[in-house]
Design a protein around this ligand. Sequence first.
Ligand code: ADP
Ligand code: G3P
Length: 512
Amino acid sequence: MAARSSTESFVGSIDQGTTSSRFLIFNEAGEVVASSQQEFTQIYPQPGWHEHDPEEIVASVKSCIDSAVTAFKTNGYSISSIKAVGITNQRETTVVWNTHTGEPLYNAIVWTDTRTQSLVRKLKEHETSDTLQSLTGLPLSTYPSAGKLLWLLDNVPRVRDAYENGYLSFGTIDAWLIYKLNGGVDRNVFVTDPSNASRTMFMNIHTLKYDPTLFAFFNLDGEKLHLPRIVHSSDREAYGTLDSTELVNTPITGCLGDQSAALVGQKGFSAGQAKNTYGTGCFLLYNVGESPVISTHGLLTTVAFDFQGKVNYALEGSIAVAGSSIKFLRDNFEFINDSPDISALAETVEDNGGCVFVTAFSGLFAPYWIDDARGTIFGITTYTKRGHIARATLEATCFQTKAILQAMEKDSGHKLKELAVDGGMCNSDLAMQTQADLISIPVKRPAMRETTALGAAIAAGLAVGVWSSIDDIQTTNTEGQTVFNPVMTKDKAESMFALWERAVTMSRGWTN
Ligand SMILES: Nc1ncnc2c1ncn2[C@@H]1O[C@H](COP(=O)(O)OP(=O)(O)O)[C@@H](O)[C@H]1O
Ligand SMILES: O=P(O)(O)OC[C@H](O)CO
């Protein structure tokens, strides 16, 4: 195709999720003009363990960049019109590497991994453990990075060795990717942003700095451990430039944890705005403004974004299992060939036939925090068909979202009037209708669902002036939304929810 003469600028976005990596190129209107996606290996060495190969993650990202850029060029665009790249990523997932060589010292331990259950219980016995949430925004659980790092130090001799000898680098996926995409040891760009650092339990949520009190609690020597420098989520200089791929020398200028990125991509810039992302897990973020609100109802406090010092916080309801339960039915039970087929299977029956599926594969996260629950299906009889299980699987995420919304209303004192959604599982009309029915408010799904990637592109584009301020992008992706209005009676929704809550109570204690 002939070269386009457009003076338009573009922004690339790396979206490194739990199950796949993507690279998307956005124009100034926030539209996707080229993209590429690649799944990578999920490693489950033991029940409850979940790992990724850090090098495979980097390779998948590079391959996506090259494929998308090739398509971009084929469409007549010039590489030089891509002004910057943003990064968004699965959070908490922990990578450790040799500071001198850049070699990973173990597989990445994924956020869903529950191997730290007993370690976390011991930490909870510590007399100051109940102060952690007010300092970090997070309750002690298997979820944040801190416990994963402690496990590595206790169980992997070469990690311990590297730590004792002062060459252990620790980072979440953003820090690892930025380091590797800059060429690793040679340039040693070792940074993270507050939305990612706030998931480690090493950062003080009020100061946005690593806190010696936290290192002392985890019995870590901050001098021995190499941690990424915390910089703004949108920054012209700090993140370096790509040293390879088709986009060599393009600056990386934005970085956001994926749930923060989705909030930005849904333009949840102001207090009172919220979004719910149904990916591998499901995460409801509610912007609470410029001061953190510490939850007393089972939610987390997280950094929504730090745009050149303008910091917004969010209350977060984290669900460990959402789209992954559908993949589970596909891969482990062969109920379906492909995730989208789940809706058709669920529609073969009228309702859940009395089944409730507590999908607690990693215990239950917000607002319950039950670490000793495991996946349990209640109500199975000889009447039960695969369709009932499919329906109960979709409903599980919707029930847990309802519980989170209730907690959020109590913490924030506000009632949401509608829920903005995105993420792979929101493609299921049945799931989104069920969600609207159960929470009795409308659910709004944007036409362009790659809002996580858009959020990282916005962070990067703001840093280099592709957009001069958030006002430039307020109307992006507002056309063509689908609205799911509740049709179920509130009484029916409440009685279904009561059964779910009963099932949650009964799922406790399995791994005790
Ligand atoms: N049409 C669909 N209906 C239901 N679930 C879906 C559909 N399409 C994708 N999914 C689920 O969405 C998840 C992937 O969503 P995505 O937002 O890409 O996740 P991540 O960012 O965690 O990799 C998968 O677990 C998949 O099962
Ligand atoms: O991969 P996702 O989209 O489910 O997101 C993972 C989260 O960041 C984990 O906290």
